[in-house]
Ligand binder design. Sequence first.
Ligand code: CTP
Length: 222
Amino acid sequence: MKPIKCLVTAGPTREYFDPVRYISNPSSGKMGWNIANAAKQKGWDVTLILGPSQLPDIDGATTVRVVSAADMLSACEKYFPHTDILIMSAAVSDVRPKVYSGQKIKKDKIDFNPQLEPTPDILKTLSLKKKSQILVGFAAETHDVMHYAEEKMKSKNLDAIVANTVGSEGSGFAADENKIDLILRSGEIVDFHKASKSRLAASLIDFISAKFFGGRRPQDRQ
Ligand code: CTP
């Protein structure tokens, strides 16, 4: 029997405006990497789309390394039609420079008011192509986490969203520990207590497996 196919995104994206300068965020990719690893340990067939990061490939999983939001979208679009579940934990940069210079811009020629444009919203784009896939998003917020997370779950048509406080010491971006809540479309809220990202990832995958796949494989469902 075929295992559950799981697509996970992790890490930041980088939006370059010349070969040596970019817009990004402090995400290390650890939370998403640990989620992909936990899914692999569970016996799932895992593809990890990883933004720029020091983290290694995961043994037995497919790791696809990308740089920008546009690259991440292309990679996701390739795997999404064949996946059972997408867990979108990447901290995708929301903006990119409108203009890219192929050569390094000299300091005195830098435009200090550069024109920016939005990057593609990967989750929203994929949610429009959703068939039977389960979609799980992340909401990285410094405040009003639960409120914004619920709004994002609805606007991006998700089955569930992980509410994640970022910007405080010992939690969120680049930290080894994290504090998350999982909000389900039904309104159910699951509080995962503060723990290492690897323990949280294992608990999250266990919960998702039981909730969406009944602890079984998708093709066993009635
Ligand atoms: N996301 C995405 N594409 C983007 C931005 C975000 O797919 N261009 C995904 C993230 O991976 C995450 C979810 O959308 O799963 C929410 O991301 P977040 O950064 O919390 O919110 P935004 O949609 O970017 O909105 P805001 O910055 O206003 O909070």
